[in-house]
Design a protein around this ligand. Structure first.
Ligand code: FES
Ligand code: FE2
Length: 390
């Protein structure tokens, strides 16, 4: 067994929260949205990431990330969480060009603004990169290369699976009263599924008598079988129990068997990419993405808003529908409802766990099988402990 790497204060204390916002969320690439939501001119997503209001918008066919804050008096340029609208401030109508420079000011005379000032005005922009359909933003003025944050195998999975995604996405978000690290640990903790999700997720999975998921022995996969683009992917094995942890190794990729039987909606889809299996990418710091048979995909993000609090964002979408099948919003809603049930099963317990950590001096023990959770804690301490202890 191993001693937990993180003391309870890391999950509950404002001091650690501030450090994380700066050292983790202010420095790493953060998931901001899906290109499916940003496919048309002026489509946008507005997010709060690392305490910063971020706007990602399709401008002239290119995705750009800005601080969602007008150069006049700071009003959010887009108020809705997503939609399609030109880059014009709703407060006094200042309009911006695709590069964030000022395009025009209604009633310009009343501002008494000289040309030089007008030309110097620009929205604050952030680095943006896409990996397949996944849009990442970095709030740092000197972003680290994304290949330093994620393994090539993780990036390859995101790239290769993206062409299967249908354009329609079901998206929602809600507040939860527990720390983002509890959620990251929870998605790495496969041993909870049979207890917490005994009626929902667990029956879909093939769980061995040891509690581990079974390996995929045979299935129909367009991604992972011999001759397929991801045949040589190396899934994350057990993490070492001690020692320094590389950032790349905090994120994990896994795949296991999931016995397949066609469901009522299966015939609506084109051939899915991974029938008979379940794969998941635990993308540090705060995203969990996975596939159920390649027929449907879930994407979850737990964005810290204060110590012990998150905004939970949840996306659900399917593989592409056959050419003559119209969009199926009721199907998306149904899958999302099932997904939310599983999330709620976790949320009830994690909220209780968060409360118990509030008054705790220490956190029990971890088994060797929880080495991946422990590795996340060790990396966190490597990055934050000096100031955290101060
Ligand atoms: S705050 Fe945007 S135009 Fe005034
Ligand atoms: Fe769970």
């Amino acid at each position: 067994m191993i001693e937990p790497a993180l003391p309870p204060a890391c999950y509950t204390d404002d001091k650690w929260f501030e450090l994380e916002q700066h050292r983790i969320f202010g420095r790493l690439w953060l998931f901001a949205g899906l290109t499916q939501q940003l496919a048309t001119e002026n489509s946008f997503v507005a997010r709060e990431l690392g305490g910063v209001p971020v706007l990602v918008q399709n401008l002239g066919g290119e995705l750009r990330a800005f601080r969602n804050s007008c150069a006049h008096r700071g009003m959010p340029l887009q108020v809705a969480p997503c939609g399609t609208r030109r880059l014009i401030c709703p407060y006094h109508g200042w309009a911006y060009n695709d590069d964030g420079s000022l395009r025009g000011v209604p009633n310009a005379k009343i501002y008494n603004m000289c040309d030089a000032t007008k030309e110097s005005i620009r929205l604050q922009s952030y680095a943006l990169t896409t990996v397949g359909n996944f849009v990442f933003v970095n709030l740092s003025p000197n972003p680290l290369p994304i290949a330093e944050q994620f393994s090539e195998d993780l990036l390859r999975i995101l790239r290769e699976v993206s062409p299967y995604f249908a354009p329609d996405v079901s998206y929602t978000h809600f507040a939860c009263n527990y720390d983002w690290k509890l959620n990251f640990e929870n998605v790495l903790d496969w041993n909870h599924a049979q207890f917490v999700h005994s009626q929902t997720l667990a029956p879909l999975l093939q769980i061995e008598s040891s509690g581990t998921f079974s390996a995929v022995e045979s299935n129909q996969s367009k991604l992972f079988l011999e001759g397929s683009p991801l045949a040589d992917i190396v899934f994350s094995g057990d993490a070492p129990l001690a020692g320094k942890v590389a950032l790349k190794d905090v994120s994990r990729i896994g795949r296991s068997s999931m016995p397949y039987s066609a469901r009522w909606f299966s015939s609506l889809f084109e051939e899915p990419c991974d029938r008979g299996a379940f794969f998941a990418c635990n993308i540090f710091p705060n995203v969990n993405f996975g596939s159920i048979h390649g027929e449907s995909f879930y994407l979850q993000q737990y964005v810290p808003t204060a110590a012990g609090r998150i905004d939970y964002h949840s996306w659900v979408f399917t593989t592409k529908l056959k050419a003559r099948v119209p969009p199926q919003p009721h199907l998306l809603w149904g899958i999302h409802h099932a997904e939310k049930r599983v999330i709620d099963e976790d949320a009830v317990l994690l909220t209780a766990l968060q409360k118990s950590l509030q008054a705790a001096d220490s956190i029990g023990l971890m088994g060797d099988h929880e080495a991946t959770l422990h590795a996340m804690g060790r990396w966190y301490m490597q990055e934050l402990s000096e100031e955290g202890a101060a």
